[in-house]
Design a binder for this molecule. Structure first.
Ligand code: KIV
Ligand code: ZN
Length: 388
């Protein structure tokens, strides 16, 4: 049976750009949007057009220049926001307006001081108004993670009647457990009237480090879109990381789900976003971190040198990384030292390796990492002693 597609909705340029100190200018945003289009994402959330003239111009430029992906603009459930977004998106080949309102008790009480009926009315009016500009309208129920499922289903039923094509179920505060988020999506698939006319979307934040797990639980339970960012950047602890969900679906074919993303471009995309935003990627970040394919302990190095599959579940080339790296530290064994020596042109005999290894360990106990220049020097100095 053919895999079902999960749409990848990239919000690097909207939710991702909300990271303090990571503001991008229009040219940088346009460059990233073009690359995201090449990467194969299905939707690019280009910004929040009413928020500033700069964001409006960036959304407008992206709408004009992106060829394949749907281009989306965020709004609140406010008429003026929707009009401004529609204007920014008018040159898009495939425009989408993403409108919505908070649905949890705390949002209803503290943000809106409204009743549940008033929230439904505002939601429906926003979707119906957005529909007068574009066919593709996505509705977000902000803080859906902490919204009572029955009320959430009621809101979703009403916005579908008003024409919503995608229902975004954000875990805005990153609160849910995977089982809970998955059960929420399942509940909606079973209780929203007219659900066959729309797709459910996962939008998870990472406050408890569960954004990726929750998104995967969401698609296992019937959602067919994941909202995510490159490197998982975003408000507070960030959003679901695009590279993680893409590779999880790819590495687990039994789920029967896949995306349109060309994973070979992931590493380069990660660097581009990191450099443009001046935001370093943590070295141990899954898929795109500097250490994601680096091996430094002797046992692992020996295994990987014999066969990569012993300690790697992903071929680095599949995500655009040239090869795994063997890092020389005091935990490395002879196999790793011989391997690195060979890479820089030395084929050591067993005797030579024994001598060089003792020198190497002395140095490795003093240095965090032994680099190729060190290996070269140790070998050259040892040659004098062992008369190679
Ligand atoms: O986290 C969230 O709830 C959001 C919405 C505005 C979609 O980013
Ligand atoms: Zn968000």
């Amino acid at each position: 049976m053919e895999n079902q597609k999960v749409q990848i909705f990239d919000t690097t340029l909207r939710d991702g750009e909300q990271v303090p100190g990571c503001k991008l200018n229009k040219e940088q945003k346009l460059k990233i949007a073009r690359r995201l289009d090449e990467l194969g994402v299905d939707v690019i959330e280009a910004g929040f057009p009413v928020s500033s003239p700069g964001d409006f111009e960036a959304v407008e430029a992206i709408a004009k220049n992106v060829n394949n992906a749907t281009v989306c603009g965020l709004t609140r459930a406010v008429k003026n926001d929707i009009e401004v977004a529609a204007k920014a998106l008018r040159k898009a080949k495939k425009p989408r307006i993403h409108t919505g309102i908070g649905t949890s008790d705390s949002h209803i009480k503290y943000k809106f001081n409204a009743s549940k009926d008033e929230i439904i009315e505002r939601a429906v009016n926003a979707v119906a108004y957005a529909k007068t500009f574009v066919d593709d309208v996505e509705f977000y129920a902000e803080d859906a993670g902490r919204t009572d499922n029955e009320f959430l289903a009621q809101v979703c039923t009403e916005v579908i009647k008003a024409g919503a094509t995608v229902l975004n179920i954000p875990d805005t505060t990153g609160y849910c457990l995977p089982e809970e988020y998955g059960a929420k999506i399942k509940y909606l698939t079973e209780n929203v009237i007219g659900i066959e006319k729309a797709i459910l979307s996962c939008h998870c934040h990472n406050d408890l480090g569960l954004a990726t797990a929750n998104s995967i639980a969401g698609v296992i339970n019937g959602a067919r879109q994941i909202e995510c960012t490159i490197n998982g950047i975003g408000e507070r602890a960030g959003n679901t990381s695009l590279e993680e969900v893409v590779m999880i679906l790819r590495q687990h074919p039994t789920l029967g789900l896949d995306t349109n993303v060309n994973a070979k471009l992931l590493n380069e995309m990660s660097r581009m976003v990191s450099e443009s935003m001046g935001m370093l990627v943590q070295p141990n970040k899954a898929i795109v971190g500097a250490n994601a394919f680096a091996h430094s302990s002797g046992i692992h190095q020996d295994g990987v040198i014999k066969n990569r599959e012993t300690y790697e579940i992903i071929d680095p080339a599949d995500v655009g990384v040239n090869e795994s790296s063997i890092i020389l530290t005091a935990r490395s064994g002879r196999a790793a030292l011989a391997y690195r020596a060979k890479k820089i042109g030395y084929e050591l005999t067993k005797l030579q390796l024994d001598v060089v290894y003792q020198e190497f360990l002395r140095l490795a106990d003093r240095k965090k990492e032994v680099i190729d220049d060190d290996v070269h020097r140790i070998i050259e100095v040892s040659k004098i002693g062992i008369l190679v």
